[in-house]
Design a protein around this ligand. Sequence first.
Ligand code: FA5
Length: 341
Amino acid sequence: MLEELNRLEEEALKALETAEDEEALDQWYRAYLGRKGAVTRMVRSVGTLPKEERPAFGRRANEVKQALEAAYADRRETVRRMALARALEEGAVDVTLPGRPVVRGRLHPATRTLREIYAIFADMGFQVYRSRDVETDEYNFQLLNMPPHHPARDMWDTFYTTQEGVLLRTHTSPGQIHAMREFAPEPVRVILPGMCYRYEQITARSEIQFHQVEGLAVGRNITMTDLKGTLAEFARRMFGPERKMRFRCSHFPFTEPSVEVDIDCILCEGRGCPVCKHTGWLEILGAGMVHPVVLRNGGYDPDVYSGFAFGMGPERITMLKYGIQDIRYFWGNDLRFLEQF
Ligand code: FA5
């Protein structure tokens, strides 16, 4: 019986050497030291021995048990270390390898132009003023001197909501009223960027959704000369000092007098081409002196205060700067277009 015990110990120690992972260790434990393990069973069989052999056997059995428990704990630690070493080796990183390039995003071309516009006007003391895209008929038309049935409304058809008198703004000009009502009677010098919406045919030059940047300056003694100087400085910085600029008489119900501003065609240098429709000029914005009715609606006394306003389309300006042929590229979400900027 004692011999058998010694053999079992030897066998168990040998088997333990081959256990390489946790699972094999558990299996080993169950096979030898578990409740039904070989060693446990042998310890229990002490009762079947003759009385005089029992003490010696019992002592030896305990020794074997302790020796195996200790060997098991040792092996367990070794296996844990081996697993760690293997994981470190497998997960090793060669820090000298070149990194994987991260694809860089970029600004939308309209955003780039908007930011250029902000920077130019910031230098001239204009702050950015935000106003809402969803407007009322009152702000989009009436307070801008376009009562119901005014013929000028035909130029600015829009999307109406199901709520009576609530619509998507056709231009950023209603923001003029919001800004004036906030600042009056203090002087105001703001630009108002944002999306505008028009219910019109989509063409290479016209979208149903586009940006505008409105400008507004109100104070004492503001004259048409200030408007011309401000816009000339803007055009010089946006398009370069070699560009020529012209002011054409025009009409907007909310300005008096009104002008439209052209620059000489960037593509043909003013000689005439299909883009400028052979005129040599390209329109970039509408402008004028704020109409007395609009000043009064904004909270200023037109006998004391005067002001100028203008409204430009950044997408059209971007088209001119980069020679983009079709405005539909802007919101088509085609990466082949967007990645060029
Ligand atoms: C207006 O919207 C006036 N509110 C501008 C203004 C402001 C005049 C303040 C006087 C004082 P107009 O409809 O011309 O004007 O539009 C102004 C600019 O918006 C145009 O020059 C053009 O650059 C841009 N724009 C107009 N319609 C579209 C469109 N469908 N798609 C893209 N850009 C457009």
